[in-house]
Design a protein around this ligand. Sequence first.
Ligand SMILES: Cc1cc2nc3c(=O)[nH]c(=O)nc-3n(C[C@H](O)[C@H](O)[C@H](O)COP(=O)(O)OP(=O)(O)OC[C@H]3O[C@@H](n4cnc5c(N)ncnc54)[C@H](O)[C@@H]3O)c2cc1C
Length: 383
Amino acid sequence: MTNRKVLISGSGVAGPALAFWLVRAGWDVTVVERAPALRAGGYKVDVRGAATTVLHRMGLHAAAKELDTGMRQVTYVDKAGKRIAALPADLLMGRRGDDLEIMRGELGRLLHDAAGVDVRFGDSISEISDETVTFASGRVEDFDVIVAADGLNSSTRRLVMPEARIDHLGAYISIFDVPNDLGIDRDEIMYTEPGRLIFTYAMGPDQPAKVGMTFASGPLDYDRRDTEAQKDLLRAAFAGRGWRSDAFLAALGDAPDFYFDSLSQVHAPRYSAGRVVLLGDAGYCPSPAAGQGTSLALVGAYVLADQLTNGGGVEGYERVLRPYVEKNLIFGRKMAKDMVPGSRLAIGFRNYGMRTLRFHPRKEQVIDKVLAPMHEAANAITI
Ligand SMILES: Cc1cc2nc3c(=O)[nH]c(=O)nc-3n(C[C@H](O)[C@H](O)[C@H](O)COP(=O)(O)OP(=O)(O)OC[C@H]3O[C@@H](n4cnc5c(N)ncnc54)[C@H](O)[C@@H]3O)c2cc1C
């Protein structure tokens, strides 16, 4: 099984994680990434449960832990920026064991460096035939296995499995860098108004801040390659709104690593079609609301590499992974419902809960109960 040729489309999280394992198994690995360089963007992401075992097996858990966001606190503010409630992150985030939280861009860089594969930036697959792959650059090559690790809107998936279902979960999310004018020091600040959520975080007062802006909306028609059009959608949703909406929008003009996408899930009827395999968000995006996309990508890459190198093949990959994926998709759908509360009543209820939680005599147990489904989903596979 050595010296088989694999093409991995996408160098986010899933792509480099798979490259890491296949290079070590003696495969000839090519990674192609449409962006001109690694995309450093994104907010902090969680690595939980089985995915932490994967990082350990890669020998990268300690390095990832070094990059942990070190979040101390979550603060809820009102329209004027006045504090409604502040809770210790340890209480609210429900980390267990070796779970960690890391900036998405830093995790992507760590995996890319560890994989040690030169990425072909600025190119992508344009056609797949029975024998060959044609790239946008005009190159034509042959591969034994082609892996679609090109994210939620995977064009590779669209080429080979147009019937995969994309469920829009009723909101859009954008992440970008803003100046840390608030002097945020490992405190996540959250502001909610009906149909809109803003969250911002920085790892220290002298560090740049990331902001996330999420708004409820049915599916919108826009060009995914047109960043300016996406910024306009965000402006339309947040201009003149509460807290620092306008100040954050003012930073949009210069924001590097701007990310904008729908809160959506991918439901693929199969994880492979011929010699093309779906991995990570391309195959089973649970939506950012789940907080599990990165863990699914890491575990998916591990299982796929294991099955490809130990004889189980793509059937083995799907058999081992699918029950874990399905649990996380169900969990993600539930989380998406609550992510952007639609009414003042729901927000008032949530704020009341946050204000009083600190005084609850059994607050740890209350949070444990709320977070139990997340831990179950994160650990729903043995590897
Ligand atoms: C810039 C960015 C920021 C993100 N921020 C967050 C966040 O804040 N919170 C969160 O929960 N999730 C975020 N995500 C999604 C999150 O990274 C994934 O859910 C998860 O880590 C699974 O990773 P993945 O490798 O499957 O997909 P992704 O991380 O989306 O990576 C896919 C990669 O494929 C590349 N690509 C796309 N199309 C093609 C193509 N046709 N050919 C070649 N390459 C292509 C993309 O540029 C990207 O590098 C972000 C994704 C991106 C790309």
